[in-house]
Design a protein around this ligand. Sequence first.
Ligand SMILES: Nc1ncnc2c1ncn2[C@@H]1O[C@H](COP(=O)(O)OP(=O)(O)O)[C@@H](O)[C@H]1O
Ligand SMILES: [Mg+2]
Length: 482
Amino acid sequence: MMTNKIINLTKEQEACVNYKGGDLLIKGVAGSGKSYVLLRRAVKLYKESNGSASIKIFTFTNALVKYTDELLQDKLGGQYIDVSTIDRFFSNVYKKMTNKWFHVNNDKIKDVVEQTFYDYKKQHRKKHRFYEIDTDYWLEEFKWIQEKCIQSEEEYINTNRKGRGSQVKIISENDKRMVWEIYSLFIQNLKNAKTNTWEGLYLYLNEHLDEIPEQCKVDFVFVDEAQDLTIGKLRALKAITKKTITIAADMAQKIYKTTFTWKEVGIDIQGRASKSLKKTFRSTKQIVLLAEDLAAINRKDVDLKSELTEAVFPDVEGPLPRLFLFDDKIHEEAYLATFSKMLLKEFVNDTVGIICKTKKYFFHIRKLFDSNNIKYQEIFFSTKNPPEWQLLTPGLKLVVAKSSKGLEFDTVLIPDFDEGTHPLIPFNIGDDQVDDHIVTERNLVYVMLTRARQRVIMFCTKNNQSRFVKEFSNNHFLRALF
Ligand SMILES: Nc1ncnc2c1ncn2[C@@H]1O[C@H](COP(=O)(O)OP(=O)(O)O)[C@@H](O)[C@H]1O
Ligand SMILES: [Mg+2]
């Protein structure tokens, strides 16, 4: 059950809240209080300024905006602090700068890539091995160029790309020159099609940092879940900061493949300006033990070793996480309905997060619940402001895995914990990218597990268990056959 009691901060947390030295990076494992400390620091700086400071908290998803807002309003009395997603805020900045809205139409962008290659082929040679590579690959490369804020051919040639098939497909300087030519055509074609990529927004802003209007700037900027941000976003955030920026990040929860270093972003968090929180408060010891089985594997082979912290296990104990095994999906889903009803009855004061891997599966489960008359809330993109759902009130909450970051529930239920879903490996991914991809997928499972305060229950098909089940220690969870 969520409680309203005032939390006593640890010494480490206190040091983050009271830090006076300028920009601050708060690192720490899942549930160590990064977000909470961020909010406490925001409220404190506001009060210290006697209400004169402008303060903004940025976070990743609409779900987190709502959740952060609920926490601020209910628990900290911070109604005066604005919470926004980064994209929403900078879309407005763009509007102020250009008098135009920034249009992103994801459905159109792939067509633009295809058009670009069609045009290029017509103007240039008829045959090249690049033409055989699929559209998704090129779109990713083009977005990467924008995400890295690469502005010239020379810069592109000189920037190495780690952990991607580029080494195999784009090899020589001549290759890169050709890619740059195609990329430039792509940008032209985007303009003609009156659309954009989100990465393009930050590329534009980075090319015009001096022109960001004063009225868009904020005294104290706070950024949560920064591990998945891009250079472009972070530089833009730094550019709107008048006094200091405070950033919370955990590289172990990285679920997108962006890369940046604090230095290239221009944020100085050397020495005391970088603080680690180790003790976790959200989950029981049993849940953290299970999640750490996965985190430990990623800590071994990730080159971000220095960024990753080992968890200090919490004192609070709870039931062992459970894995329910079913003969097939029909039985699994029938039991999911029964079990969800049972949870609602048994734990009336609790929140239950049902974490679906994909949007498609989310809609599938929604149908299942509707046809069984099960009450739930969807934590999903909402055009209503504020959205109808609430994260702090009891009940079932359906959520898509990637949108679950930063959230917390008393019970987490993970259906379809099958191989093929966890990890989900896209069919068109290059062989050389698979390892990196699995690291991200493992992080995603770590994120899902650490959303739980008390209980974790996973459902899967008996003969098709996720490979991550094999990475759990056998004494960290219980299996039950159905
Ligand atoms: N010092 C503390 N004592 C008790 N509970 C805490 C403390 N710090 C944070 N919490 C609680 O632990 C949970 C996780 O905190 P949160 O800020 O969401 O972690 P993170 O953002 O690092 O994942 C929240 O429910 C929060 O209220
Ligand atoms: Mg958080």
